[in-house]
Design a protein around this ligand. Structure first.
Ligand code: FMN
Length: 174
């Protein structure tokens, strides 16, 4: 059966930064998840067709950046164009990360710095597992490190060209 993965949507959309210096690149990625708390592990599924795949394989590190709705135009370029030259069309600012040589994105709500600890092919994607070795975040979006949907417009992906954000209301369970 093909294509039914759309039934798991809406999903959050993230940015994956890879490479260093002039080679630094950014792509959009929905297929991202937390795998473990201790150690802190994050996984991302990346097709071998992506330029990003080559860069992560080469440098064994990547950054998962959390974009806001305000960054949608750049997210779309990151998700539809290939290779570092797309950066020239984008308004993102790459800044040094804390613990790895792959840069972070200044405008992002958060940047999670990862070193690759495993990579395994599943079908037409490679599942890269990264250990979180550093992070930075925007204090308004994450007061005390917790997301605040009233303060920031977190980005989610509904269908190919359709994106949404969360409403500003929080439903409490107790
Ligand atoms: C919202 C969105 C989410 C995406 N999610 C993924 C993903 O999880 N994995 C993947 O391999 N490609 C994903 N893509 C496709 C890549 O972002 C796209 O092929 C991009 O051009 C690759 O850039 P690169 O060749 O510079 O690495 C997504 C695209 C969009 C627009």
């Amino acid at each position: 059966m093909r294509g039914m993965y759309h039934l798991i949507y809406p999903m959050r959309t993230y940015l994956v930064v890879s490479g260093q210096g002039d080679e630094a690149n950014v792509m959009a990625a929905d297929w991202v998840t937390v795998l473990s708390h201790r150690p802190s592990l994050i996984g991302v599924a990346i097709s071998p067709k992506r330029y990003t795949h080559r860069l992560i394989s080469k440098y064994q590190e990547f950054v998962i950046s959390v974009p806001s709705l305000e960054m949608l135009e750049d997210v779309w370029i990151a998700g539809t164009k290939s290779g570092p030259s797309k950066l020239r069309e984008m308004n993102m600012t790459l800044v040094p990360s804390k613990k790895i040589n792959t840069p972070s994105i200044k405008e992002a709500l958060a940047n999670i710095e990862c070193r690759v600890v495993d990579a395994r092919d599943y079908g037409d994607h490679t599942w890269f597992v990264g250990e979180i070795v550093g992070y930075t975040y925007n204090e308004d979006a994450f007061p005390k490190g917790r997301p605040n949907v009233r303060k920031a417009n977190f980005l989610a992906h509904a269908a190919w060209t359709d994106f949404v954000t969360f409403e500003k209301r929080v439903y409490k369970t107790d």
